[in-house]
Write a protein that binds this ligand. Sequence first.
Ligand SMILES: Nc1ncnc2c1ncn2[C@@H]1O[C@H](COP(=O)(O)OP(=O)(O)O)[C@@H](O)[C@H]1O
Ligand SMILES: [Mg+2]
Length: 165
Amino acid sequence: MSEQSTLSLYLPDAGATDALAGLLAMTQPESAIVHLEGDLGAGKSTLARAWLRALGVDGPIRSPTYTLVERYRLRDGREALHLDLYRIGDAGELEFLALDDAAAALWLVEWPERGLRALPPAGLRVALAVEADGRRCRLHGLGSAGERWLADLAPHCRLGAFPEP
Ligand SMILES: Nc1ncnc2c1ncn2[C@@H]1O[C@H](COP(=O)(O)OP(=O)(O)O)[C@@H](O)[C@H]1O
Ligand SMILES: [Mg+2]
């Protein structure tokens, strides 16, 4: 059985989504593969954009809806990949993008369920859903690195930034 830990947070507004992204960027392991799940409008791109900004991306951050992937140079010189697989026809399309890039510090993957066969396994799954005027965010740390990550993150989240409604 693989290890798994979870954390459920209420994000009352888009600013809270940005704040969570900052905490995830601050606590992420050396390299991380993150699956962002949720319907259109759930806040996946908001989280991804704020996460990339927190890691030092200051140029434009485009939606990868049509290109499938956008690549960014981070403050530490390494690379981040932002994927959106909403429009992918077949998981095989991912192979053409030559994404077996083990050097990337971060993968942020929207609609990962459409390309699972061709994606490396996630260390963190982030599931977002509309709840009242905000969003419910469930974080699932996968494997021992994912578990440790959530254990590092949890105390920061408890400092009152994400009060339950
Ligand atoms: N926690 C939140 N509460 C309310 N609105 C939010 C929250 N997080 C993001 N949003 C808003 O939701 C809208 C859709 O966000 P987006 O990130 O494009 O969704 P997705 O990529 O999942 O389709 C945006 O207008 C964004 O400002
Ligand atoms: Mg999106």
